[in-house]
Design a protein around this ligand. Structure first.
Ligand code: TXA
Ligand code: MG
Length: 342
């Protein structure tokens, strides 16, 4: 049974911290999305995170710590540019992938040479880290491949029963996951766009004389070995097939009418055009749309500036890479076939 506690109650946070220390699972809010936490150096607890999510053991976890000093204790190397990024963006939605120290269990890093570390900004996450006194390994608190949770209710829908304590701290403010970057001496490579924008990263990376690598729409085939498995296409996905519309204004309406003429009910996921407005609503809107019982979901890309890049990345993955660029009969046929698989 999952105990849902009010995160505003200091007693609740202390109980959650105690539960973590004794190897149990605690879901908690961060400024990005809710995390499913386990004591990061407790191998058995970490294994139960993978089991609860149905997550393959090949997909490593982010370790949440109180500050950069605690982060460095988990790392075998700490490039100068990592220190500058930490100074500028921590606490906050940035995860740094750096060489791992020997005490970090294989389970956390999927046997790889590096570990992702992050100092979250949410007061509940910070209190929990401080009260438990241990680093917390925490993926988003959803079943593998599904939509990330931005409310405590979402966590119950996703993982109810397999979490020991859920700290309810209300909706998460940012609504989209942290930016994951791999850091080496001369290079900062974006593995997953997120809450810290590429524009913000450039302000630190460029003056430091390092190189910022930003792959466009990075998605790898599902059977290929992914460097960061969050890049898999079928992430963040609703159950009803979703299609990303990247076309002139009015196309979504045309597609919907044309589909209706074929007896296909399309529902539109309505998001603000600007990334900052869209991010906090993204996952709730996808969840809500999924429950409407439509045959197919349509969503328009948002303005790619700032956090819009991360929003479009998640939409692209939620759509399994399916994009339509016009409302021609060929595009309509594609959508009909998707809605009614043969
Ligand atoms: O905002 C967030 O990052 C949230 C909150 C709870 O902190 N956490 C989160 O965790 O989104 P998760 O596990 O759902 O996504 C972590 C991503 C995955 O794409 C994973 O492959 C990548 O980070 N990652 C973690 N450790 C890595 C490593 N050592 N090397 C490369 N990629 C790594
Ligand atoms: Mg996730």
């Amino acid at each position: 049974m999952t105990e849902v506690l009010d995160a505003g109650d200091p007693e609740a946070v202390l109980r959650a911290a105690e539960a973590l220390r004794s190897g149990r699972l605690v879901a908690f809010p961060t400024e990005t999305v809710y995390g499913l936490g386990a004591a990061a150096l407790d191998v058995v607890a970490v294994r139960s995170v993978f089991a609860a999510k149905g997550r393959p053991s090949t997909d490593p976890l982010i370790v949440h710590v109180r500050d950069a000093v605690a982060a460095r204790e988990l790392c075998a190397g700490w490039p100068g540019i990592a220190e500058r990024l930490a100074e500028r963006f921590w606490p906050g939605p940035l995860s740094l992938v750096v060489p791992r120290a020997p005490q970090v269990p294989d389970e956390v890093v999927a046997g790889g040479p590096s570990v992702a570390v992050r100092v979250p900004a949410h007061p509940v996450a910070r209190e929990l880290i401080d009260a438990s006194g241990v680093p917390i390994a925490a993926p988003s608190a959803n079943r593998f491949g599904r939509i990330s949770p931005t409310t405590a209710g979402h966590v119950v829908e996703e993982l109810g029963g397999s979490v020991d304590i859920l700290l309810d701290g209300g909706p998460t403010p940012l609504g989209i996951e942290s930016t994951v970057v791999r850091v080496s001496d001369g290079t900062v490579e974006v593995l997953r766009p997120g809450g810290v924008t590429v524009e913000d990263l450039a302000e630190v990376v460029d003056p430091a004389g390092a190189r910022l690598v930003v792959p466009e729409r990075r998605a790898v085939a599902e059977d290929a070995a992914a460097e960061s498995p969050g890049q898999l296409l079928r992430h963040y996905a609703p159950v009803v097939p979703l299609v990303l519309v990247e076309a002139r204004a009015g196309t979504v309406g045309e597609l919907r009418s044309a589909l209706a003429a074929h007896g296909v009910q399309a529902s539109v996921v309505d998001l603000p055009r600007d990334g900052a407005g869209a991010a906090p609503r993204l996952y709730s809107e996808l969840r809500e749309a999924d429950s409407r019982g439509a045959d197919v979901l349509l969503v328009e890309v948002v303005d790619p500036a700032g956090i819009g890049r991360a929003v479009n990345d998640r939409l692209f993955r939620a759509a399994h890479g399916r994009v339509v660029t016009d409302s021609t009969p060929a595009s309509v046929e594609r959508l009909v076939a998707l809605a009614r698989p043969a």
